[in-house]
Write a protein that binds this ligand. Sequence first.
Ligand code: SF4
Length: 463
Amino acid sequence: MPFKDECGVFGVCDSQDAANLAYLGLYALQHRGQESAGIATLEDGRIHVEREMGYVADVFDEARLARLPGRTAIGHVRYSTAGASLLINAQPIVFATGRGPLALAHNGNLVNARQIRSQLERSGAVFTTTSDSELILHLIARSRASNLQAAIAEALLDVRGAYSLLILSVEGIFAVRDPNGIRPLSLGVREGAPVAASESCAFDLIGAKFERDVEPGEIVKLSREGFSTHRFAFPTYTPCIFEHVYFARPDSLVFGKSVAATREAFGARLAREHPAIADVVVPVPDSGMYAALGYARESGIPFALGLVRNHYVGRTFIEPKQAIRHFGVKVKLNPVREVVEGKRVVLVDDSIVRGTTSRKIVRMLRDAGAREVHVRISSPPTMASCHYGIDTPTRRELIAATQSVSEIRDFVEADSLGYLSSEGMLEAFGRPQQATCTACFTGIYPVEVPEEEREKEHALDAR
Ligand code: SF4
């Protein structure tokens, strides 16, 4: 899947094992960002931080976790969507302010970051990172509000876009979600200690109980006393539907819904919209798994694992120079000849981006003896870029931005191709268009994207 996940955040307040719990929480959220990992803890009014490029398990060992004392911690895993992929941009970002030290972990992307940055630079601000997340700390530091919570609220009035934040302070952790609630952020409790995480799968790993989501436009303070809440903006809730299509883990509750159940519902609806006369339903693992289950259940066609995924392909894997046909995909996926030979196969995946991977998989199934391959996609054609924190390719790279469904079918060499409709996706998700972000499928952006940001995309398209 060529989409890159955005970021994941985790926080725990007033717990003896704060750094260890943050490590485990980040481990569960690794799918949300694989470039860098970091943890900040608070002890006696001082913030300690450890950050590094790499996977959570590679960045942290016992010695490093021991350098993170204190009963309160926040953590972050990152894939860069704004700001270069550099260690200086790894989070949490730590900042000394008149209100004491702060550390920030941000999931999302601000659409007016460039304007705010140049305003702040004109008034003398000096930045230590190139990421948009640092802007929020600058705005908080400059606020003259009477207390930290009010300063956070004031700072956020200036920023637009997607942000699920954890801010570590001497008062506790502030968990914040933008008024559109584009990215997820949930609250839980572990042995009386309040916790927060991008997805509930992090709670499962540490034995915490899910409580609720941070509401759009809400600041929740996590402290020794538990949760206290403050509303800083009127909510206009438009959560990112792609979290349910692809990004989030299927065992998570995201936006109050089971991701696995939503994906199955997408698949069932897809079967009704695009039936196929076939012998077997095969998912592209792992992304098409639950949609394929839904498709099989609804259509009555047997489900079978006709492709096997190698889960141990790390970043250190070196592709040999010599040209081996379909090499890149074959490293990750291999067909099970016994399942597909002589069969009419329905191949289910969550999306098609450039089309090249889908074509390789179709060819792979035919090479393994599949008689027909009917491709079914559990979301509508992806035709626009995301400006809210997902690293989508530019429009020019998205095959559906320039080609019709029949042209894509020919390109991927399928016998037939069917995408889930926008209406079908929203119905299965259980929210109307105006209350959901579907921009990468529809081009309808719920938070206005400034012209210069769109121009940036067009400039990339024109390259
Ligand atoms: Fe999610 Fe797509 Fe909206 Fe980005 S544009 S927030 S990926 S639905």
